[in-house]
Design a protein. Structure first.
Lengths: 155, 221
């Protein structure tokens, strides 16, 4: 029953709104003519000034630029050298000398010779990773008071 | 009016009942039809208003370029005008085309007094006209009382190729005019939408927020 009266109320509201709407539509139609003429004159002026006639406002152009930038970032992600180096350090590569070029295998076979020891580079890898600053933990400062007040039960 | 009252006093009770039933039925049907039309207009206006969201979505929601209410109003009103201009371009051109045809027809044939809506040689010749003056017949002395007849057709539609200018101009004005009113409805709908969004998109609301549901640890830092 409540829904029925609700529907009736909506119907009456819709009927009452029709004349208001027609008046509003008539006024807006007249305003619309002026808006149209104003925009037309503006566009003609822009055309003769050599500007583009696109309907994009500066905000739209800025938004388009930002979206394009975001898209290019997603399509061409910058490689992350830090992660690669860290992965290499975590698991050192296991070298299979049989798969290496013959010249290097030969050199390893004569590795007892001191003349080829200079080939083995013992210098550590230089890592380009950003240095994580070590934050020193500060000890809590103890407030120095002039007078010592013993707690309860303390002599 | 006096005649009508006199007639109601004269006719018997059965006829009065019938007449009131018919009037009541017609009234109900008219109200239902008007209500459906009103409902349709409101739905259409809301639908056209939502079109604005698509046009202004990226700078507001995706890129967050619009920072405050004032900037939003300026941007949305400009966008609304531009959308209206683009939508109204075709109907205005159609109506302008009709006007140019009419002016050329008048200039070539030297018929500056030509009415394109005329019932004889214009667009009106395609329309039916009814005579509503004879639909109610009151007979106080008669047993039937009041008679309601169908309206008589006073003008039979006919097509004449010599009225081509009236037909073309009439169609151009009707199509262009209705299309233009549709775009004006869109202008109204978008304006109402702007006024609604102005309040909601910058609203700092605590509706539905419960401090107990979200402990301090779960808050983003």
């Amino acid at each position: 029953m409540g829904n029925f009266f609700k529907s009736i109320g909506k119907g009456i509201f819709n009927i009452l709104i029709i004349p208001v709407f027609i008046v509003g539509l008539a006024i807006s139609a007249v305003i619309g003519i002026f808006v149209f003429l104003f925009e037309l004159i503006k566009k003609i002026g822009m055309f003769f000034a050599g500007k583009t006639l696109s309907s994009d406002l500066p905000e739209d152009i800025e938004a388009k630029r930002m979206i394009e930038e975001a898209k290019t970032k997603v399509e061409d992600p910058i490689p992350q050298p830090v992660e690669v180096v860290q992965a290499e350090l975590a698991t050192p590569p296991s070298v299979d000398y049989n798969e290496l070029p013959p010249s290097y295998s030969e050199m390893k076979s004569i590795s007892s010779n001191e003349d080829v020891d200079f080939l083995i580079d013992d210098t550590p890898l230089e890592i380009d990773a950003p240095v994580i600053p070590q934050v020193e933990e500060k000890e809590p400062e103890i407030e120095e008071t002039d007078t010592y007040e013993p707690r309860k039960g303390e002599f | 009016m006096t005649n009508l009252l006199f007639a109601f006093a004269q006719i018997n009770a059965e006829n009065t009942k019938r007449i009131f039933y018919i009037i009541f039925l017609i009234l109900i049907i008219a109200l239902v039809v008007l209500s459906v039309i009103g409902y349709g207009i409101i739905r259409l206006t809301n639908h056209q208003g939502k079109m604005l969201d698509r046009a202004i979505h990226d700078p507001i929601k995706k890129c967050r370029i619009i920072k405050d209410q004032k900037h939003f109003m300026r941007y949305a009103i400009k966008k609304n005008k531009l959308l209206f201009f683009h939508q109204a371009m075709i109907p205005v051109l159609i109506m302008l085309g009709g006007t140019v045809i009419l002016l050329l027809y008048c200039a070539i044939g030297d018929k500056w007094g030509y009415n394109p809506w005329s019932m004889n040689n214009g667009f009106g010749s395609l329309l039916i006209t009814w005579d509503f003056s004879t639909i109610i017949t009151i007979n106080p002395g008669d047993a039937k009382g009041i008679l309601i007849n169908w309206p008589k057709i006073s003008h039979v539609p006919h097509f004449d190729i010599h009225n081509w200018c009236g037909y073309i101009v009439g169609i151009c004005y009707l199509v262009g005019g209705l299309w233009y009113l549709y775009t004006v409805n869109g202008l109204i709908g978008r304006t109402l939408r702007i006024l609604h969004l102005r309040k909601t998109i910058f609203e700092k609301s605590l509706e539905g927020f419960n401090l107990e549901d979200e402990p301090l640890d779960s808050q983003p830092k």
